[in-house]
Design a binder for this molecule. Sequence first.
Ligand code: PLP
Length: 459
Amino acid sequence: MNQPHPGRGIPSLDLLLRTPEGLGLLEAHGRIRVLEALRDGASSLRRASRLPADPAGFLLEHASRQLQALNQPSLRRVLNVTGVILHTNLGRSILAPVALEALQEAASGPTNLELDLEQGRRGSRQVHVRDLLALLTGAPSALVVNNCAAAVMLTVATLARNREVVVSRGEMVEIGDSFRLPEILSHAGARLVEVGTTNRTRLEDYRAALGPDTGLVMVSHPSNYRIEGFTESPDPIRVAALAREHTIPSFLDLGSGLLLDPAEHGLPNEPTVPDAVAAGFDLVAFSGDKLLGGPQAGILLGRADLLRTMSQTPLARAVRIGKLPLAALEATLRLYLDPRRVLEELPTMVALRLSAESLRKRAETLADDLRDRLGGRVQVEVVSSRSTPGGGGMPGAELSGWCVRLVPPDGEQAWAERLRREPIPVLATCRKGGLHLDLRTLPSEDEPELIRALESTAP
Ligand SMILES: *Cc1c(COP(=O)(O)O)cnc(C)c1O
């Protein structure tokens, strides 16, 4: 009942459209959109208990803001100064320049996606990466799908529908992103048989659970958690061997797909894909956009007969990889033919390997610059920090580095919020009363944009 003067005092929309501001909006957005935005403003005025001092100005301003928001893309670039390299909420891996070129080429014209050029017949989109994956990992064959969750689902649904999947209790986890293993298994139509306990599982526990109804023995890599203390789990090699003894397929969900030897290339320790294949699992699954550094994809490696059966199911069709990620994946994998190029050109690897010393130098230069620009209002210092690879890779691994720490007089939360609302949003971390900027995840060429955003939002 809050409408004392419905309509009174609200200017005519026709008149508004003839003002210079109204004409400008018409020119930029067209009559239909402008009228819609003005009507929306007018209806909010009708609901208001009191009109603003300048209703015409209010309506034009309201319409202008609404129309501008409409033109702003929703999915857009942000600056990541969280230090988390594979940040799921920020899109995980950043592609190498060669992968971007491949993406652009595949997107802008026809390709031989599913055409065998030799025979002139329909072909499989898998051929573009299958041999390359086999070569790089030692696996007999490969199948790529939309993401690793789809790879797990496809494996379980094909090999263990209405049958049992044997999994350790210590691996009944949620990886994040609503990936909960028990739910995936039940949705795929398999019965879960848990063995062992949360902290200790032995080979004998697996052995006792195997029977005529077992469809699959599954091991899941702890990609973002660690169970510490009084723990025990059998070597995955022995679990795979046990399954083979019983002629039951074995499956390792590795999650992150590190292809390079970490010790040899100065990377934090993490089981690699070639190691997982060599351990003797019939099937191994991992993501394309975690430590592999490629596009979103789910990569399955292993026995050719099992992969062929899986590829012929309707589910495989439903979760097939798109041509754009496929193009980017092939280009990323080709880089791995020369590991030196991976270390130089793959942004994920470059960020992982940045030395603490180089980060300290960059942080100090930025801090000096910010002291000049932000005046005395903000306390600026350089502090040592630890960042994590993130994105389900290297649980517990920490990368030491340095951060710029900003302490504003009015609280770091409010500043972080203003930074997120910038034209190029900035994602920083609030910690112990300060705003932390970790340059590990910001390419040097983006630093001027970071400085601009900090200046325009500083208290
Ligand atoms: C990340 C992860 C997944 C999910 O991978 P997506 O590519 O995001 O679908 C599955 N299993 C493990 C062990 C993971 O770490």
